[in-house]
Design a protein around this ligand. Structure first.
Ligand code: NAD
Length: 418
């Protein structure tokens, strides 16, 4: 399907084809599993603060609706395209199936630079996007959440726009909302916390001590910063981090509390006094025990996969490693990969908890949320590790196989309508 053509969509398809071969999925079932069920492209005119009108492009892709409503984030980034969103929606499907959530995958986005829009412009853009999406979303149809460039405030505007249209408050239309509006405690931290938990589990499996380990984090946003704090709690020293402007390095370890304050004031980690500057390219090949890409897709490629110097690659971002880089890492055999659909699943798991709490209007404590989160992650990690060892396949192929197989079986059992 040419409308989705994009390097990230081709990458998701390449991964799917490998899994389909491994699982020996009949040809007739492959396209039905691979291509999105629905996709929407919308033009979003808004008034800028200077009085001019600008039209932005917005997208939403719902990958499959076989197991329940679709679920997935909303991304505000200059380079968002329909194809990128389709790839992210496909990965969400396999992630939800791997962790046993009653959802298909979805993803949305608006091609814009949120840092160049005022709060008022962002609000108008978000409300206009929600309005355009109303015929295609709903608590039993498609539920959005934050992703790159969006946050709790954006979710609050979406929830308000949808609720005004319905004539009553509908908290379950989005997750990742402020707690005061029906959000879940522990949702903002969930993805990074899950990354920390799975890295700690992997260190255990490899017989390594977290107290002597070092980590490098690419992308110091919501996921990356919480993952860094979570690793620090396990005793890991964070030696380098970066954001879109560049990176910083201190072999003795960065003081995360001081960095938090600096980052909050300057909105970048660059220039932090107690560290040396590094480029993002240098950062990825910095020697460390744990490398955490937590920014965007396609960061580890055939150009740098041979030079990466870590023991664990924990994919907090979606799709950070290309299939060509994957082949190099597999050949090297010295790096344990925690694949994205497992590594960052904490976010959608706690989004699921938020949706359940909203539907029941019955809210849980943070320890209930964290306990249930870790239990689901533990189950998915163990199943993936067992399959990987039993079949002598990579952790990525094992995780994707478990996810794809579940969706395939559900589609088979439901049959083809009409
Ligand atoms: P965010 O917008 O809060 O943070 C992204 C960070 O990456 C920012 O610090 C940005 O400056 C940095 N960045 C962007 N381009 C970069 C580059 N080229 N080099 C280095 N840094 C760069 O977004 P987020 O919510 O933390 O999401 C990060 C990743 O995690 C994405 O891949 C997202 O899809 C994935 N993810 C997020 C969630 C979630 O709950 N937010 C859940 C699962 C997966």
């Amino acid at each position: 399907m040419d409308i989705y053509d994009h390097p990230t969509f081709r990458m998701a398809c390449q991964q799917f084809d490998l899994v389909a071969d491994f699982l020996q999925i009949p040809e007739a079932e492959r396209a039905r599993l691979k291509f999105p069920k629905r996709s929407m492209t919308v033009a979003l005119p808004i008034k800028r603060d200077d009085g001019s009108t600008e039209v932005f492009s917005g997208y939403r892709v719902q990958h499959h609706l076989t197991l329940g409503p679709t679920k997935g984030g909303l991304r505000y980034h200059r380079e968002v395209t329909l194809g990128e969103v389709a790839a992210l929606a496909m990965w969400m499907s396999w992630k939800c199936a791997l962790t046993g959530l009653p959802y298909g995958g979805a993803k949305g986005g608006i091609a814009c630079d949120p840092h160049k829009l005022s709060a008022g412009e962002l609000e108008r853009l978000t409300r206009r996007y929600t309005q355009e999406m109303i015929p295609f979303i709903g608590p039993q149809v498609d539920i959005m959440a934050p992703d790159v460039g969006t946050n709790e405030q954006v979710m609050a505007w979406m929830m308000d726009s949808y609720s005004m249209h319905m004539g009553h408050t509908v908290p379950s239309i989005v997750t990742g909302k402020p707690v005061g509006l029906g959000g879940s405690v522990g949702r903002r931290e969930a993805t990074g916390r899950g990354v920390g938990y799975l890295i700690n589990r992997t260190m255990d499996v490899l017989g390594r001590d977290t107290n002597t380990a070092t980590a490098v984090v690419q992308g110091y946003g919501n996921v990356g910063s919480v993952a860094a704090f979570s690793l620090a709690k396990y005793g890991v020293r964070i030696v380098a981090v970066s954001d879109v402007n560049g990176g910083i390095y201190n072999p003795k370890g960065l003081d995360l509390w001081k960095l938090e304050k600096y980052n909050a004031e300057r909105r970048t980690v660059v220039g932090f006094p107690e560290a040396d500057p590094v480029t993002n390219d240098q950062l990825l090949v910095t020697p460390c025990d744990i490398l955490v890409p937590a920014a965007l897709e396609r960061q580890i490629t055939k150009a740098n996969a041979g030079q990466i110097q870590c023991r664990i690659l924990a994919e907090a971002a979606n799709g950070p490693t290309t299939p060509e880089a994957d082949a190099i890492l597999e050949q090297r055999g010295d790096i344990f990969v925690i694949p994205d659909i497992l590594c960052n699943a904490g976010g959608v798991i706690v989004s699921y908890f938020e949706w359940v709490q909203d539907l029941q209007s019955f809210f849980w404590t943070e320890s209930e949320v964290v306990d249930k989160l870790f239990r689901i992650l533990e189950g998915a990690f163990t199943q993936t590790l067992n399959l990987s060892r039993k079949q002598k396949i990579s952790m990525r192929l094992a995780a994707l196989s478990l996810g794809v197989r579940r969706v395939q079986e559900a589609k088979r059992t439901r049959g083809l309508f009409p």
